[in-house]
Design a protein around this ligand. Structure first.
Ligand code: SF4
Length: 321
């Protein structure tokens, strides 16, 4: 069956600041998303996940690779065709305040995508906005107010209402709860869960927070310095992680595994500068299992139980490139 969404060998290279060489912000990333599924993409800040999110919607043009939506190559579309396609693929950003125009009232902000796509009369759009506000748990009368009059959680509800106004099939959520207090985070996660069921949505959920990703994902991809290093069913990746980096991330989130509550975090130091990616396996300077081969040779994916991971320590034949 054709996946709803697919990224094939997607890469984004930027010129390095010193003018010499390229920064590989995203390097050869392949992902698939089935209809109705939530794919969590997790990694530390600077791993390339937000660049990846923007490439999936062509807000940034990839340097290499393909992006397919229902089998159609999005990179082959003209600007006008892509604008039409964006009805089906929407994004929710981390900072709801920055993504809402402060000069527009909430009703206009939510109605804007409908206006751009010429959907409905003014009265139809007003009715739709009232319905969307209520769907995301806000009073329909809130439409006459402005973004600064709302709390962070309410503003994220408004951002979500705007994203679902065009009845998309896929919503890319880029750190949607990272700017919110923990108590508000769970309310927004529950709302997203509820909307997914009601509106038959599929999500790509991007976060640095493994506990949040665990809460929402059917499948998980773990990114490190622009590459996916492990991916598979959420249960497998988070329950029996094969890659030392995934293991280290999990060790820093004790609530995922209460048995590890006393365990110290296995993740040492900060990620290296993306402009100076280590040779071989990019994780080797921080990996407690690194050996000589790791400094020389970049590992291919190996099947590892329920997931696949890039590590020389995993037994078995590597996947062919
Ligand atoms: Fe660690 Fe080597 Fe595996 Fe990389 S390939 S994760 S450095 S053991």
């Amino acid at each position: 069956m054709t996946p709803l969404f697919e990224a094939r060998s997607l890469s984004k290279f930027f010129p390095a600041r010193d003018g010499k060489g390229l920064v590989r912000a995203v390097n050869d990333v392949s992902l698939t998303l089935a209809e109705g599924e939530t794919l969590g993409i997790v990694g530390e800040s600077g791993c390339g996940k937000s660049t990846l999110a923007r490439m999936l919607l062509r807000l940034i043009e990839p340097s290499e690779g393909k992006v397919l939506f229902q089998g159609e190559d999005l990179l082959s579309l003209s600007r006008a065709q892509m604008r039409q396609r964006r009805r089906d693929i929407q994004i929710v950003f981390q900072d709801p305040y920055a993504s809402l125009d402060p000069r527009m009232n909430i009703a206009r902000i939510i109605a804007e995508p409908l206006e751009i796509h010429g959907i409905g009369s003014k009265a139809d759009r007003a009715a739709k906005v009232a319905g969307l506000l209520s769907l995301v748990g806000l009073d329909p009368a809130a439409g006459q107010r402005f973004p600064h009059e709302f709390s962070g959680g309410q503003r994220q509800r408004i951002g979500i209402a705007r994203a679902i106004a065009l009845e998309p099939k896929l919503v890319v959520l880029d750190e949607p709860v990272s700017a919110l207090d923990v108590s508000i985070q769970s309310q927004i996660l529950n709302l997203l869960d509820d909307l997914k069921d009601r509106l038959k949505l599929s999500y790509i959920f991007i976060s640095h927070d493994l506990s949040v990703v665990q809460h929402v994902s059917d499948r998980v991809a773990v990114m490190y310095l622009g590459r996916v290093v492990e991916e598979g069913a959420a249960e497998a990746v988070l329950g029996k992680p094969a890659h030392p980096y995934t293991q280290a991330l999990i060790s820093a989130v004790p609530e995922i595994d209460p048995a590890k509550r006393k365990a110290h975090t296995l993740l040492k130091g900060d990620p290296p500068n993306p402009e100076d990616i280590p040779s071989g396996c990019a994780f080797h300077p921080r990996c407690r299992f690194a050996f000589e081969r790791c400094t020389l040779e970049s590992p291919a994916f190996h099947a590892a139980g329920g997931s696949r991971a890039r590590c020389h320590l995993i037994d078995g034949e590597p996947e062919r490139a």
